[in-house]
Design a protein. Structure first.
Length: 345
């Protein structure tokens, strides 16, 4: 089990070079606390374990009140409670609800583990914390520093992205480094974007295919964290540089399995399978969560912790034919070819 953060280390590291001392300070404390979390996880696991009984994905939102010690957080909204004055609480609650209903109605999946796992959310974690993450038991949200990042509860696809890390953990359990880790990240982007499109009722060609367009403040020149339609184009600014995602195997990034190397480029090379899914969705046409989503979901369930890009592509090719037919299978084959992966079939 790993900590899966929405803000990739390459953005936070670049912010350490900012001229603005407050931006540098928030980026530094976010990087440090993310490293410390790995040590804290056992304590939180004990507390959450007691709450993790099957419950049809009932939601509980806690307010950390800017502390980083989750066991002290106050329960502020449960499943049957009305809205509360704190917008972050309601946004986290609603994002959980959208994701839970999306998985139930589209894939007949009962919460993250398909056994009704409770959905626990912690808002207002720490001070100016520039991240949101899923740690295997719960989702935790920072408020952002207010200069670069805003409140992370405001993005449906970020919430669905993080909860999908839980779905992946309970299915293929893709190892979080190198190609299997990039597939893990890609699954979260694919189902995260799909959940948003489902909520908005958009077809594949109407959707923005952006991940986290809401999390930057208006003065930041960035469309989003990532673009599935055009990986490598989500941002290009002085503050944190250019989006490093490739959209083809020719530009695959070979990086070390370290924090600085983004665990072998898990948030970077995910651009390749992300683009493949986008191409399948527009190639087949209509709603991404119909045939394309089901082909991906069944392929995720048929994958293993060490599945590589090529393996996953072959699985989607087989599933397209088993679940649908020749037209869908051809769209899958063409999409992977366009990102440099030839399926042999
Ligand atoms: Zn992620």
């Amino acid at each position: 089990m790993s900590i899966s953060c929405i803000t990739p280390p390459y953005i936070l590291t670049r912010l350490l070079d900012s001229d603005n001392v407050d931006i540098r300070q928030s980026a530094l404390s976010t990087l440090l606390t993310t490293a410390q979390l790995r040590g804290e996880r056992n304590v939180r696991g004990l507390i959450a374990g007691a709450l993790a009984t099957p419950a049809d994905g009932r939601r509980s939102i806690f307010d950390c009140d800017h502390s980083t010690f989750l066991p002290l957080a106050r329960l502020v909204r449960s499943e049957d409670d009305a809205t509360v004055p704190d917008a972050s609480v309601n946004q986290a609650f609603d994002g959980f609800g959208t994701t839970r209903t999306f998985y139930r109605e589209v894939f007949q999946r009962n919460s993250i583990d398909d056994r009704g796992m409770r959905l626990l959310g912690y808002v207002h974690r720490g001070i100016q914390y520039n991240n949101a993450f899923w740690d295997g038991q719960q989702m935790v949200f920072g408020d952002g520093d207010g200069q670069v990042f805003t409140d992370f509860t405001g993005s449906t696809d970020v919430i669905a992205h993080e909860l999908t890390h839980g779905v992946t953990e309970h299915t293929a359990n893709l190892e979080y480094h190198f190609q299997s880790g990039a597939l893990n990240e890609s699954m979260s982007d694919v189902f995260g974007s799909m959940a948003k499109q489902w909520k908005l009722g958009q077809t594949a060609d109407q959707a923005d295919w952006l991940i986290g367009p809401e999390i930057f403040t208006p003065h930041i020149d960035a469309d989003a964290l990532r673009s599935m339609k055009a990986p490598g184009t989500a941002f290009d600014n002085k503050l944190f540089g250019k989006d490093p995602q490739p959209d083809h195997m020719d530009r695959f990034a070979n990086l070390p399995d370290t924090d600085e190397g983004d665990n072998g480029g898990v948030h970077i090379n995910s651009g390749i399978p992300n683009k493949a899914f986008y191409l399948v969705a527009v190639g087949i046409g209509g709603k991404s969560w119909d045939a394309p989503g089901h082909i991906w979901y069944e392929s995720l369930k048929a994958s293993t912790p060490t599945t590589q890009f090529q393996d996953f592509a072959e699985t989607t090719f087989r599933k397209a034919d088993q679940l649908y037919g020749a037209r869908e299978q051809q769209a899958v084959k063409e999409a992977w070819a366009e990102v440099g992966i030839r399926v042999s079939g």
